[in-house]
Design a protein around this ligand. Structure first.
Ligand code: GLC
Length: 530
């Protein structure tokens, strides 16, 4: 039977980085009760699902992506009772909860690993990858060798990420049983979906030197997520995103995942993670169009996103986060979130958060950027290294959410938040935004309200207009009943003509004229066509 994913097009997902969203117990760290207190805010934006970054028990060496107990909540965030209350309160408001599923690695403090590392005979030993000497020259994503010595057994274990994140050996059927039971535990609680962390890493091929996309990847995904009772569970994978791999993972006959993120447009404007390169929004547009066509042709879900907890702000890199911050942020929202797919909004994006600038290393926490610093210390001049970290650190998007302009920004009652606030929080915070004539969050509300009202913006087809015109993105979304035109001008003011005329539905400027005419830098407008 052909499976239809059409209901997923009604989703608008709001991603929460729990540490940084809202603190309720004055310890400087965001928590579950804080999230409960802001559900109405999330709903007011038009979101109807929340993706929670990991809240499980963890020593926090990678802020929760190092899990020591998959069935418990880290005390930093609250208790299982708090979680149950969050789930119930969210459901009552029509908001789904999507959990992070981190299955490539556990924490080195997980009971499995503590047992595994104690002796070669331990039944858990085979839950991880061991070798008498480093099997290859793989580097950890966070710097240094990916192999770490373990004294008790005289062996090395593999960690693709931090030393405290040993890779789990999925070739072991017991491991797969464990993860199936973990998924079922949360599904039985009533969660609605999973975002699957670095999922393509769960199958490796040491002989071929493949750390990801190994020969058993699809078989493993199917074994866990292809089970019949998970049919209505939403899944989105973080995995390699070639057209072939997406078809293989999300094809309707595959019984694997409902969707996979595509990040290729987010690589524009930088080389590696820490070096800016010249760029234009047109490059992003080209990539988006390519994916719209591909996913449309194959009836695959596409994820609409520009930001998450792993990247500095898209707005700061790709557009003007100073005098045209409102225009840029709203233009990006219109260009991306009115395409065909599922919008994923990352906390703070809806108020136009921008990168910070700190001149001391102590203001950073991200294990990835600190690893980069360590690897390059002495090789690159200190001041340049700091510039690079300011540009590329994941901390940019992980700084506490600024709810208002007060000293602690309505985030916490503690003296200090766990990570210093963004350097522009006095200017960029929700309360100031809502008071402003140019309110980004108001635009987001209007945009998602429109998306909710117009079926064509959710399920309608995508067609690009003005394909060869530079510095703008123009497209039509339509079904049998509705036809909607989206016009996003980019960096430079210019005249756009030859467009069909229609009734103005949404604009980030006080647009007087019709669809044809002068557009200011980052002006955007949405029209209903006859
Ligand atoms: C993913 C997460 C990232 C984490 C890494 C290791 O890429 O999004 O935050 O550091 O996996 O789990």
């Amino acid at each position: 039977m052909k499976k239809s994913f059409s209901d997923c097009y009604d989703l608008v997902v709001y991603q929460i980085y729990p540490r940084s969203f809202k603190d309720s117990n004055a310890d400087g760290v965001g928590d579950l009760c804080g999230i409960i207190s802001k559900l109405d805010y999330i709903k007011s934006l038009g979101a109807n699902a929340i993706w929670l970054c990991p809240i499980f028990k963890s020593p926090q060496c990678d802020n929760g992506y190092d899990i020591s107990d998959y069935r418990d909540i880290d005390p930093l965030y609250g208790t299982m009772d708090d979680f149950d209350r969050l789930l119930a309160a969210a459901h009552e408001k029509g908001i789904k909860i999507i959990m992070d599923f981190v299955a490539n690695h556990t924490s080195s403090e997980h009971e499995w690993f503590r047992e595994a590392r104690s002796s070669k005979e331990n039944p858990y030993h085979g839950y991880y990858y061991w070798a008498d000497r480093p099997l290859n020259d793989w580097r950890s994503e966070f710097g240094g060798s990916a192999w770490e010595y373990n004294e008790a057994t005289g062996e090395y274990y593999l960690h693709s990420f931090a030393v405290g994140q040993p890779d789990v050996n999925w070739t072991n059927p017991k491991v797969r049983e464990e993860y199936k039971a973990i998924v079922d535990f949360w599904v039985n609680k009533g969660v609605d979906g999973f975002r699957c962390d670095v999922l393509d890493h769960i199958s490796k091929d040491f002989k071929k030197g493949l750390r990801r996309n190994g020969p058993h990847l699809h078989e493993y995904i199917r074994e866990v997520f292809g089970r019949d009772h998970l049919e209505n569970i939403y899944t989105v994978g973080e995995a390699e995103t070639t057209t072939e791999s997406i078809l293989a993972t999300c094809g309707q006959d595959r019984k694997e995942l409902k969707s996979v993120f595509q990040f290729s447009h987010l690589a524009v404007g930088r080389r590696g993670k820490y070096t800016p390169v010249p760029h234009r929004m047109d490059e992003v547009k080209k990539i988006l169009v390519r994916w719209q066509r591909f996913t449309q042709k194959h009836d695959l879900l596409y994820i609409l996103l520009t930001d998450n907890h792993d990247r500095p702000w898209f707005l700061s890199r790709m557009a003007n986060d100073r005098e045209l911050r409102y225009e840029s942020a709203t233009n990006i929202a219109a260009a991306v979130f009115l395409l065909k797919g599922i919008p994923f909004v990352y906390e703070g994006q809806e108020i136009g958060c921008a990168n910070s600038h700190y001149s001391d290393l102590a203001s950073f926490n991200d294990v990835e950027c600190l690893g980069y610093y360590k690897e390059n210390e002495g090789k690159i001049p200190e001041s340049e290294l700091l510039e690079r970290i300011n540009f590329g650190s994941r901390d940019n998007s992980r700084r506490p959410f600024a709810w208002d302009e007060t000293e602690s920004h309505g985030f916490t009652e503690a003296k200090e938040p766990w990570l210093p606030y963004a350097t522009r929080s006095k200017e960029i915070n929700l309360s100031s935004d809502e008071k402003s004539e140019k309110s980004i969050s108001r635009f987001y509300r209007a945009l998602f309200a429109l998306r909710g009202e117009r079926e064509a913006l959710r399920r309608g087809s995508f067609r690009q207009l003005k394909r060869f015109k530079r510095n703008c993105f123009v497209y039509v979304r339509e079904n049998e009943k509705e036809k909607i035109l989206v016009v996003c001008n980019f960096e430079k003011a210019q005249k756009i003509s030859g467009l069909p005329e229609g009734k103005l539905l949404l604009s980030n400027a006080r647009r007087q004229s019709g669809a044809n005419g002068e557009y200011a830098a980052f002006e955007c407008a949405v029209y209903e066509l006859e």
